[in-house]
Design a protein around this ligand. Sequence first.
Ligand SMILES: [Zn+2]
Length: 280
Amino acid sequence: MDFHNKNVDIFFPKNNEQDVLEVDFLAIGAHQDDIEIMSFPPILEAYHSDKKFAAVTCTDGAGSPSSGPYASYTREEMIECRKQEERTAAKLGNYTFLMQLGYTSADARSKEGNDFLVKDLEQIILKYRPKRIYTHNPFDKHKTHLSVYCATIKALHNILKEYEPMKVYGGECWRDLDWIPDGLKETVSIGNDITLLEILLGTYQSQVASGKRYDKAAIARLQANSTYADPYTLDKSNYVSCFLDLTSVALNQISTKDYMERYLTYFLKEVRDNVEKLPW
Ligand SMILES: [Zn+2]
């Protein structure tokens, strides 16, 4: 494959899988820990089966705030640190491969840089033909996440004649999906053992030690998704992930804007209906 950036980092944790032709799950995230935060269910599923999970991280992670033991790190040192952290996660999580594409956040957000990212993603998707793709959801509030969402959807549109994913999902990162009305979001039970996710998120010490406790917050969100799913039934499992099914957008059957408006309309109706039924 011919990638845009010279600093792209390709890692096959299991050497015997370098010649793999297809993967079951491909997660495409903006930053080094996004993959684990937003798409843990397929990581877990592959970990306990012979299915293949692969990850693509689009940016170099240089934009993250650093303090504490990492305060003196140069930009280059922080890039290298984050790269190694995700390699460790890929190894511990038994990923088939991890590709870190090395874009700066500014590049990923710019029209020109995003076009290069689209081409990189097209190549990866066509080569490994994942059955399911996971990426950021369009309601995320982080602009770099939205740029990666945009690049993923554009790449899928560009290659539609050659490849159609069975499913494309948007996961939770910088905005939860619990507000999406029931029946319109997909919820995946993770069970009661969250040890693997604790281990994977624990590899990102540059984030955790700098004061952003993504490790705690991401797991707490999964717990909250379970407990606050339904006020009238007991929790079926301790941890639940929420996803948006973006397949219709990926297949170009509906635009992102129309897709989002549909969800916002449903949300508005649900909230209004509930308020109108109050005993005023
Ligand atoms: Zn991120």
